[in-house]
Each structure stands twice: as C-alpha cells, then as structure tokens.
Design a protein around this ligand. Structure first.
Ligand code: M6R
Length: 605
C-alpha cells in the first residue's frame, strides 16, 4: 500500500525523492517522509497528511545530500501522525517500509529488554530497531540476520550511516524494483516513480538484496551469491502517467478505454478469431478444463462476475467467482480440472497473490490477467495475459475493468469453441462484436455532458441503490463501488428481483435508484421491479438501450445507450457508470483521484 522511492547519484536527492513520492502518492497518502544522507549525516523530514505538507517543510528547511529515500504511507499500525511517518530507525540504521510486520510485539519485547525505546506506534520502527540490533558493521549480515527474525510482509529500503551513499533494498510479499540511470540509480515501489529518469529496471525477487550505489546495482541472494538478471524496459512514457489536460486521472483513464480495449484485444485476434500464441499459451490450453475459478478483489472481482456470466452462457462451463480474501481462508473445493484465473490491475494485491499461491500449492493451473508488467502475480502465475491499459493512477479503477472483461470475453469464446458450444462462425462473429466495443465505448463517452447534467439530483443523496438483473447486476455492483468509493455516498447494489425480500424497506420518498436495463430480454422484469420502487417514492435513473420503451411514470431520467447486442452492453454501460460516479464526486467537491482511507495498490491483507 505504501510507496517507496530511493535515490543514489550525483544530483541533489531531495527534489528527486519528492517528485517520485508525488507519482507514488496514489499508493497511500496518510503521511510522507524523506531522509537524505549528507556523507552519513542523516537529515529527515516527515509530515502527516498530503505530500504538500512535506514539500512545505522541506522548502523551509532544505535537506542536502545525493543519497536518500522517501515514503508515502497508508496507515496500518499507528495513526496518520508525524511521528508515525517513515523513515524510522536509529542514528545508525534507518528504513522505509511497505507491508506489515506480524511479530512486531515479540520483537518489541526483545528490544525493550535490550534498552531500545520507540518514538512511534508503528511496526516499522520495531523492524528498524531490530535491524540496528542485528548490525555489527556488515549491512548484508545484519539484513540477513534481521530477516530471519522478522515475520510478515515487507519491502524495505535501508540506509546505514557508515555506508553513506548506499541503499539496501529487499522485499517479501511487497513490490520493489531497482532502476538503472546514468551515474545514478534508484529504488521504487513501481516504475511510475522513476520513469522520468530512466525506463530500465530490475524487479527484485523475494530474498534478494539490491545494493544500490551511484555506480551500480548489485543483486545478491540471502546466501551471499551474486544474482544476474535481465533488465526490463518500460514501454510507455512519462506523458502516459500524467493528466494530459484532464482535470483528474480518473477522467483521463475513463477516456482511455477505447484505446486500451484496442491495444488489449486486437493483438490477440488472428484471422478473425482469438489467438493466444503471443501469450505463450499451449494450443489446447483452455480445452483442458471443466471448471473455472476466478479470484480477485474489488473492481477486478466485479470484472470476474461479468466473466462468469459470459463464460457460463457461451461455454456452458461452471464458473465460480471468489473474493480473494475469502477464497484463501475458506478451504475451497478445487478439482484438478479447474483453471484458476486471478484478475488484478496492479498484480500486487496481497490477497489475490495469496490466492494464487494457494491454487499453485494445490497443484492447479493458474492464469493471471494483470496490467502491470513484471508484478508479483504476473511472475508467479503459470501463465499471464497482460491487459494493455497503460498506467492506471487514479485509485478508482476504470480502464482496467474494461480490459479485464475484454479478455474474459475472449476466454469465453475460446472455451465455447473448445467445448463445442460455439461454432467457428459464432466465435468469429462474437470476436468481431468484441472488436466493435471500442466504438460502443466512444459512443458512451459522447454522452458525457448529458451525464454531467443529469446526475445533479444525485449529488446530495445520502444513500442510493443500484439495481440490475443478470449481467446488469454484476454491473450494478461495480457502479455502486465506484460511486461510494469516490463520492462517499452510501450505495448498495441489489439484484432487482431480490429487493422485495427485505431491502425495499429502505426505499422512501425521493430515494435515488439507478436502474440498469441494458438486457432487452430482462427488460419487462426490470420494469416491474422499478415500479415496485417508484410506488414507494423512489426517484429512478434508468440506463437502457435507445429505443426501449421506458415510460415517464417509471423513470425520472432515462440515459439512452446506442443499441448493441445484450452480451456486450457492459462495455458502454460501465463507462456511463464511471462517468456518473465521477461527476457526482466532482460536484460534491471530493478528492477524486485520492479518496479518503484508500490506496491504489493493496499490498497488505
Ligand atoms: O490491483 P487490483 O486489481 O488487484 O486491485 C483490486 C482492488 O483493490 C481494486 O480494484 C479496488 O477495488 C479499486 N479501488 C476499485 O476502484
């Protein structure tokens, strides 16, 4: 969850660290801190709240030195205060940390007995002091010894005052990379933090220590052996990680969906049919399975719900979708003919990674759908299908969802063909329709002004319902998550037919309801359910295909989408839901790209 940046080079470290933190702030923004080493003299600045607070502090009291590290925090142990901001440590050893130290209480006892005292309530300070306790002059020995005693998840960047221009980086269950510049080198949680300076980086493996100086990056294993690995190159540039004239990253990313879809789908279509050879999947890969288990969190899990609908419909294969944090602890029944699909934008979500490891430990085949190249999930899954959405910076996931579902649709087509439920002609026609979703999303984006105007009645809502049936219910879940996440309006998504089994008691005069009616076959049933709410005073906003008859006594507002096959309606419909969330949150003056209490990449359980 937290963001880490480190720099060792020939330039002043402070501006580079602050710049890196700005790009990492989406990972957590409860506090920020930096440490700069001036030939072994540690100077730190830490502030609770947004990075701007730290910037102001550093402007007043500049920190000089060419080596340092920075941290932007998503609080776990200890509130978001100055004292709890990273870096933590002693006069000799300081570190920044992303993760959770699970045995910090027992380490704390041990350290108290040794005479250590603590300034913060964090698990990180305990880890830092424990490292100090293990330090007898050789940083590698100290790291090795400390890691033997530390339990939990971590990405650490560590500095020792008697090794003034060197950063030591090590990780377990948290992302970290080392990036290669010219006469300067970097460490970062992700590549967006350093893309302005270099596009060449090394992903650290677990149990590997990176020793970073201005001249070089050495990688050694915990056994002391030198590691050599391929340098990765980022394929996108710094502009793609900037707002590009949009007011918020979220709006920019919503608008990037048509391109993201094209980049993700087109390279996987050959002769009009899905083709997975570029992804390294064996020819008969999907034919091997009789069950699919999709595991993910949040928006990625909602994408999985759409995948379930489409796969079951087209390929008649049973599909289960699980929330990763539940899957891993419920001892799931998994048969050997099950393919486990992990869906994750970041590829670093702790619960999704743990679910992947569980599936692998049970000997099952695993396939990851991931956006961030080289991320933990991408590296550990048996096979990976990358979504080519480019960097998603806004905490609210938008374009990642569209590309995730596009790949789940393609898998459904391949499965259908492999299982004999689809003919080649049907598969070809479905593939062509999927390719045309790019245009359907553009058409939905063209409704932006109309959406902005029509959401006004929702802006002051205290609570709100999303209703849908079938695939529209899965969409309702995503629409509801998006709106509550960034606007702080309490929303619930309900299967429209289920409302009358309890929840309808919450509908009173003026309660706003957003009703998804994109499935022509289910429209009469939806209209009946909507009427049940209007009879109790609900004010209804309907999203339906153009040309469907929705009378004025059913809906206060109707947002008409271009007519399109029912099966593919999630592409334009989710675009509308994202824009509704965006404009409501904007009208409420919310911090859209960095909603409270959240972080982009959830690398803790
Ligand atoms: O990186 P992941 O796709 O694994 O992240 C999963 C969720 O944390 C994420 O989708 C979250 O729900 C979004 N903030 C929702 O907009």
């Amino acid at each position: 969850m937290c963001g880490i940046i480190g720099y060792s080079g020939h330039r002043e470290a402070c501006p580079i660290l602050l710049d890196g933190l700005e790009r990492l702030e989406y990972r957590g923004y409860d506090s920020a801190g930096i440490l700069v080493s001036d030939n072994g003299m540690f100077h730190t600045a830490k502030r609770s709240g947004r990075l701007s607070n730290l910037r102001r502090a550093v402007e007043e009291h500049p920190l000089r030195g060419c080596c340092g590290m920075g941290h932007t925090r998503w609080a776990t142990h200890g509130g978001p205060t100055d004292e709890n901001a990273h870096p933590h440590g002693t006069e000799r050893v300081m570190l920044v940390h992303n993760g959770i130290i699970e045995n910090y209480l027992s380490l704390r006892e041990l350290l108290l007995e040794q005479g250590y005292s603590f300034q913060s309530q964090t698990d990180t300070e305990i880890a830092a002091c424990y490292l100090d306790y293990c330090y007898h002059g050789d940083p590698i020995d100290a790291i090795r010894e400390a890691l033997n005693g530390i339990e939990g998840a971590y990405a650490f960047v560590i500095m020792f005052s008697d090794h003034p221009n060197t950063l030591y980086a090590v990780r377990k269950d948290g992302p970290l990379l080392a990036a290669l510049g010219n006469g300067e080198n970097f460490v970062a949680s992700d590549v967006t933090a350093v893309i302005r300076y270099t596009n060449r980086y090394l992903v650290l493996d677990e149990g590997e220590i990176a020793i970073v100086t201005p001249e070089r990056i050495r990688l050694i294993g915990l056994d002391g052996c030198e590691h050599h690995k391929e340098i990765q190159t980022v394929t996108w540039d710094v502009e793609q990680a900037q707002k590009d004239g949009y007011e918020h990253f979220m709006l920019k990313e919503i608008h990037e969906q048509p391109d993201a879809l094209r980049h993700t789908v087109s390279p996987r279509v050959k002769n009009g049919l899905p083709d997975w050879t570029g992804d390294g999947l064996p020819q008969d890969f999907f034919a091997r399975f009789n069950r699919i288990q999709i595991v993910a969190c949040g928006t990625a899990m909602h994408a999985g719900m759409i995948g379930k609908s489409v796969m079951e419909k087209l390929a008649r294969i049973p599909v289960e979708v699980d929330i990763a944090s539940e899957f891993r602890y419920r001892d799931p029944i998994l048969t050997e003919d099950t393919l486990v699909i992990i869906v994750s934008q970041s590829g670093e979500t702790a619960d999704s990674l743990a679910a992947l490891r569980l599936a692998k430990a049970r000997g099952l085949a695993t396939l990851a759908i991931v956006n961030v190249a080289g991320s933990s999930i991408a590296r550990e899954a048996d096979y990976v299908l990358y979504t080519f959405a480019g960097p998603e910076i806004s905490v609210a996931s938008t374009k990642a969802y569209s590309v995730q579902i596009s790949l789940l649709y393609m898998i459904a087509f391949t499965l259908g063909r492999a299982r004999g439920t689809l003919s080649e002609e049907q598969e070809r026609s479905l593939t062509a329709q999927l390719l045309s979703c790019e245009k359907a999303v553009r058409d939905a984006l063209a409704l932006q002004d109309q959406i902005e105007a029509s959401v006004r009645p929702l802006v002051d809502a205290e609570h709100l319902f999303f209703l849908g049936r079938g695939i529209d219910y899965a969409l309702a879940c995503e629409g509801s998550l998006k709106l509550k996440e960034i606007s702080y309006i309490h929303c619930e998504a309900y299967a429209a037919g289920e409302l009358k089994h309890g929840t309808i008691s919450l509908i009173t005069e003026g309660t706003p309801v957003i009703a998804l009616c994109t499935q022509t076959a289910l429209l009469p049933k939806m209209l009946s359910n909507i009427k049940e709410t209007t009879a109790r005073g609900a004010s209804v906003f309907v999203i339906a295909k153009q040309g469907e008859t929705i009378s004025g006594d059913v809906a206060d507002t109707v947002l008409p989408l271009q007519d399109f096959d029912d099966l593919f309606m999630p592409f334009p419909a989710v675009t509308v839901l994202q824009l509704i969330a965006y404009f409501v949150a904007r009208a409420r003056g919310c911090d859209i790209d960095k909603p409270r209490n959240l972080a982009k990449s959830v690398t803790v359980e």
